[in-house]
Design a protein around this ligand. Structure first.
Ligand code: SF4
Length: 176
């Protein structure tokens, strides 16, 4: 492992790069590529709700899910977006597809970028706790985004739903 410390916007970040290849039996290399995390006590158990993913990068909503999360919080979908979500994007078949995701919080507990604005490359790079993480678990668990619902950190990367697949769902929904 190669370890390098650097700063982005005054926040210290440690990047750990595997020296060679990825052991398919390791935990998801999405994590090991960014920092050393406490090892899973029993990978065969899958998700044990450690909250590590919620403290790094919130999952993307799928089409039709914003309404459920808004209803759970007693908000309109428009209010949910304006208060808690950001707009992210992926390129699908040469076309830009927009999606919604919970905003990440900065170290001061405030949104890292204003809600209802577009994520940029720097925002995507920085780690940040999801606005819906309450310290113990997900505050919208019953209506959490599809990426969160499907994500298990002990999965091999191909077994988790990636951003391209979620963006395709949005594209298909828009064309329906
Ligand atoms: S929406 Fe819930 S499950 Fe998803 S990252 Fe946020 S706190 Fe975690």
């Amino acid at each position: 492992m190669t370890k390098k410390t650097f700063r982005i916007l005054s926040e210290e970040t440690v990047r750990v790069t595997p020296d060679a290849g990825v052991d398919p039996d390791d935990e998801n290399p999405y994590w090991t590529a960014w920092e050393e995390l406490p090892p899973h006590p029993d990978p065969s158990q899958g998700c044990i709700r450690r909250g590590l993913c919620c403290k790094s990068s919130p999952g993307w909503f799928g089409p039709g899910e914003i309404e459920g999360a808004a209803a759970l919080l007693g908000l309109t979908p428009d209010d949910l977006v304006r208060r808690y979500l950001v707009i992210d994007e992926a390129e699908i078949d040469g076309e830009r597809v927009y999606v919604f995701a919970p905003v990440k919080l900065a170290r001061d507990g405030r949104p890292a970028i204003p809600p209802a604005t577009r994520a940029d490359a720097l925002y995507r790079t920085l780690r940040g706790t999801c606005v819906f993480f309450d310290g113990e678990g997900c505050g919208i668990y019953a209506a959490r985004p599809i990426e969160c619902a499907r994500y298990v950190c002990t999965n091999k990367p191909g077994d988790n739903l990636d951003h391209e697949a979620i963006a395709r769902l949005w594209k298909e929904a828009a064309g329906a």
